[in-house]
Structures are given as C-alpha cells and as structure tokens.
Design a protein around this ligand. Sequence first.
Ligand SMILES: Cc1cc2nc3c(=O)[nH]c(=O)nc-3n(C[C@H](O)[C@H](O)[C@H](O)COP(=O)(O)OP(=O)(O)OC[C@H]3O[C@@H](n4cnc5c(N)ncnc54)[C@H](O)[C@@H]3O)c2cc1C
Length: 414
Amino acid sequence: MQQIIDRGLTEEQRMMRQTIRAFVDRDVIPFIRKNWQLEWDMKPENRPSVELLEGAHKIGVRTLGVPEEFGGTPVDPKTEVQTFAMIAEEIARGDSGLADKLVQIWKISMLLRNIAPRHLQERWFPRIADDPTFLLAHCLTEPRGASDRWLPYDVPEAMMHTKAARRANQWVINGRKQFITNGYDAKLYVVYATTKPGAGITKGTSSFLVPRDTPGLTVARCNETMGGRFMNNGEIVFEDCAVPQDHCLVQDVAMTKAGIYFKPGKIIVAAKNLGVGMAAFERTADYVQNYVQGGRILIKHQAVATRLADMATKLTAVRALLKEATRAVDAQSHDAEALCNMAKMFASVEIFQVCQHAMELHGGNGVMLDFGIEKLLRDASLFLHRDATVDISRFKIVKAMFPNTAGVYAGPEK
Ligand SMILES: Cc1cc2nc3c(=O)[nH]c(=O)nc-3n(C[C@H](O)[C@H](O)[C@H](O)COP(=O)(O)OP(=O)(O)OC[C@H]3O[C@@H](n4cnc5c(N)ncnc54)[C@H](O)[C@@H]3O)c2cc1C
C-alpha cells in the first residue's frame, strides 16, 4: 500500500507526509491508545489534550490555509487541495476527531482568504496562526434539517430559520445551529442566516463572521456523538447577537460562494475517511499475520485472506477516485462537483465496510473498547451522515452530471 500512497506525490508533499506520519505515530496513536477512556469523558474540555493541538501547531499542520503573510504554513496553490487531502488522511489515520478539529481551520481559512475583507483578515489570521487552541466552525445546519441546503432546494419554505436583520450599522442574528464541528470550542464562527425571507436559499442567505465572545452567542451544548469523539460537535444559539456591519462576509448570495468551502470540503472529508480505513487495514494486517487459530496464523485461512483482499481493494479504489477528484478540484475543472461528491459518498460506504471487516477479523477483541478497533467502525459511521448524507450526495452527483433534466429532488416539480 505504501507504494500506492507515495505514487505521484511531489518531493515537497512526500516530505510533509513523512513529518506528519512521524507526529501521528509518535504522539497521536500512542495517546489515543493509552487514553481510550478519555473518549467517554463527559467533560468535553478533556477531549482531546491540548498537547496534541500544540504538537500539530509545532509542525505547522494547524495553520494550513492561513496565508503565509499572516503566519500560515506555505502550500503550493496549484496542488493545495491534493496536499490537504494527503495530510487529512495521515492525521485521521491517528484520530478522526483530531483531524476534524484541524481541517476546519484549513477549510474556513481558505474561505476567509477568498471572501473576508482585508481588515478582518489582518485582525483574525494572526490570532489563528499564533494560538494552538484557536479553532474555527462553519455553521449551516439547523434543527429543521440540512439536506435542503445541500441540494440546494431553492424555495422560500426551505430557507434557514436563523435570520439576520440590519439595525443601524449592525447585523442582528437570531436562531439556532446544530451538529456543528468544533461548535463547542471554536473561537470564531462563520454563520449563515436568512437576510431576504422569501427569496430562496441562493438569493436570500448571507454569511457572517461571529467571534465567540459576541454578546448573544451561547454554546447551548456539546453533542455526544457515536464516533469522532475527540472533536466537540456543538449546538449554538443566537439571541439578538449583533455584529458590526462589516462582519457580513457575503450578503444575500452567500450560498453561491460556499463552493470555495464545499468542494475542498468534500475532498477533505473523503480523505479523513480514507485515513480511518487505512488505520483499520494496518491494524488488521498486523493482527492476521500474528494471531494463530487452527494451528496457523489467520492470514493462512483462505476466508480471512479474501476479506483482507477486499479491504485492500476498497481502500485502493477510494484512493484512486479521491486522487482524480482532488486533481479536478485543484484544476477547477467542470467535472469537479460530480467527482468530489462521488469521492465523498463512495468513501463513506466502502470504508464503513472496511472497518466492519476489521472488527470481524479481530474476533472478540474487535468489540472490546480498550482494543481500539470498534472505535474505527464508530468513527467511520459518522461519514455516512456528515457533509450531506449518502442519498443526498447521490442526488448531487446526478444533478451535476445532468443539470437540465435531473430535477429538484425535493417538493413538487416546476
Ligand atoms: C459529525 C458531524 C459533523 C457535522 N458538522 C457540521 C458542521 O460543521 N457544520 C454544519 O453546518 N453541519 C454539520 N453537520 C451536519 C450535516 O451536514 C448534516 O447532518 C447532514 O447534512 C444531514 O442533514 P440532517 O442531519 O439535517 O438530515 P436531514 O436533512 O433531516 O435528512 C434526514 C434523512 O432524510 C433524507 N432526505 C432528506 N431530504 C431528502 C430528499 N429530498 N430526498 C430523499 N431523501 C432525503 C436524508 O438523506 C436522510 O437520510 C455535521 C453532522 C455530523 C454528523
């Protein structure tokens, strides 16, 4: 598998990968294995340790996406998303939740680099770059459901319930966002709200930059998730939360600009998912070559061998599709939309199965919390639901491929 992973990487990417792999092998994997009980600590502040964020900060992996002039780690813009994918996979190989925490910084920094006014970039990027615990969050989802936004279902009744209204020289936000990655402990939020009720999502939704300490912003809860538990997913309430007028990033047509975030976002989600699958494969390959049943190591039993072959084939297929999609996104090619949704959707389905094989090949050990294999299946399960569900991703693929005939996939046809 190692040759496949390295094939096609530039020298710079290969070196970056080695540095991150060393960090993951030396610091992340031992921490997670030793502190497996922390996952179940109901004090979100304890998950995961600040040391891991500081370690990630030291090797420059936290500030990818932040412009170099503000202290970010330089990345070749021509292959930026390919680099993000490679690094996201490596970190998720150590822990999916830690990868979630970090990649939000890259994705949101990329968005801010493109849409935030210069003076806000000058204010926030240096803070993001300097503080190892500075996390970012991107708030779209609301209690009434996210699929309409992903499609998007562009009619008045599917608009966001969170609203923002102009009052003097401020925007006042009211509403609630749920299921937000880093929502519990972010220091800066990008928040989407309806500003033109009745106009439909694409013409009446604006995006805002909201600092954590803004009066009226309350972190209502930390969601206790099945997997990815070292990332604190949160719910946020806005009650007359007023931000200065210039904190409106995109007025009314924010959803038409969100592709800057979404396309690399799908790639990075698929890459994290691949990292979880690789961890499952590596652990299983090791186990079946050492554990003896029926007088021989497991790999010599043919039924075990065929499962291992299936795992390797699925991972290789995910990697190949991901590579293709990543190149398309970096090249801003017209098929990028379909390809990044394919990669995200295919990875989630295939890698869930890879992790299921891993669990079964470990026998009873596979379901023991302290053995760490069942964690991979739990982590993999989240990918079926986030950044659009499997079915919504399928609709998006068909819509991208057949835009004139595919329909709206929600509500009555026009
Ligand atoms: C771990 C995790 C992290 C997340 N992080 C973030 C984040 O950082 N920011 C953020 O904004 N959101 C985030 N989300 C939310 C995520 O994007 C949504 O959960 C996801 O898009 C699904 O939306 P929903 O939960 O509202 O499901 P719903 O939209 O309520 O869908 C429920 C079911 O109905 C199906 N469905 C819906 N509409 C249709 C249709 N038209 N036709 C057929 N079937 C349909 C769906 O496929 C699904 O099976 C996160 C979610 C998770 C689990």
